[in-house]
Design a protein around this ligand. Structure first.
Ligand SMILES: Nc1ncnc2c1ncn2[C@@H]1O[C@H](COP(=O)(O)OP(=O)(O)OP(=O)(O)O)[C@@H](O)[C@H]1O
Ligand SMILES: [Mg+2]
Length: 267
């Protein structure tokens, strides 16, 4: 089968992302505090950080699903907060929980976007959908419904659906959570291959240091809503900041378990 993605008029056009002094508050809670970072066109940029540090909220700002309290996010020279930007940039967000339509089959979930945007005739859409399913080893699941899939399969369907949108900017939220180690490795290869084939700028939010250290060009670590460190991936293999080093490669101490320390600190 020929690769229908390389024929896309969007291929080759990609965008960088600039986050400048982004602060987000919900009521009195500050979730992002003066975050600035630059994602270069065509790179794979990983955002890491502990649970609750603000990673998903940051990604939603790039997708225009959340609006800054102050500061800005730009995609190329377009303002991510402006709804008109979605007409200029093909952006796909792979949500942490998949966000599939339960009443539609896997095939119809994937075909929905190109059908709504009348991007191709049904045969062209079928090619794109089947190619995306093939990349993610999901051909046999085409006629299944989301309720019949495992968590990892739903995740792969969500990624396949993003591919069908032929994105110029691909945003992944925890792409490898719920996947077994072999499927995680496959997915890591898929993200890297897609970037090579389509030069798509990819922002990957992840806890998975194996994924990040293998495919990222650059990494930022977010802690408590602030950027704790950012730089090329090589800097993170043995990071000079002990907090970052421990986050990426936590030491498991069975003699002195940290959950016991937590219990004591609450007594
Ligand atoms: N719509 C919202 N209203 C209020 N608080 C929110 C909202 N969305 C997120 N938060 C809060 O913002 C903080 C950061 O959430 P976020 O989902 O970005 O974390 P995360 O880093 O993605 O965590 P995880 O790794 O567990 O997915 C959390 O304390 C969360 O409760
Ligand atoms: Mg999250």
């Amino acid at each position: 089968m020929t690769n229908p993605f390389t024929a896309s008029p969007f291929v080759g056009k990609t965008f960088g992302v600039t986050v400048e002094h982004l602060t987000k508050r919900y009521g009195k809670t500050t979730v992002l505090a003066d975050v600035s970072l630059e994602v270069r066109p065509g790179e794979i940029f990983c955002i890491m950080g502990p649970s609750g540090s603000g990673k998903s909220v940051l990604l939603k700002h790039v997708a225009g699903l959340e609006l800054p309290t102050s500061g800005s996010v730009r995609i190329g020279h377009f303002d991510a907060a402006d709804p008109a930007t979605r007409n200029q940039v093909h952006l796909a967000l792979v949500f942490q929980a998949g966000a599939l339509f339960n009443s539609l089959s896997v095939y119809d979930n994937l075909a929905l976007y190109p059908r709504e945007h009348r991007e191709a005739d049904e045969a062209g859409i079928r090619d794109r959908v089947m190619h995306a399913l093939q990349i993610l080893s999901l051909e046999k699941a085409a006629l299944k419904f989301p309720a019949e899939l495992s968590g990892g399969m739903k995740k792969r369907v969500a990624i396949a659906r993003a591919l069908v949108m032929e994105p110029q900017l691909l945003l992944y939220d925890e792409p490898t959570s719920e996947l077994d180690p072999v499927m995680s490795a496959t997915l890591t290869e898929i993200i890297a291959t897609l970037r090579e084939q389509t030069a798509v700028t990819s922002i990957v939010v992840t806890h998975d240091s194996t994924l990040a250290l293998n495919i990222a060009d650059r990494i930022a670590v977010l802690m408590d809503g602030r950027i704790r460190a950012t730089g090329p991936t090589a800097d993170f293999k043995h990071h000079s900041d002990p907090v970052i080093a421990n986050f990426l490669n936590p030491v498991i101490d069975l003699q002195n378990p940290r959950f016991k320390q937590l219990e004591q600190s609450h007594e």
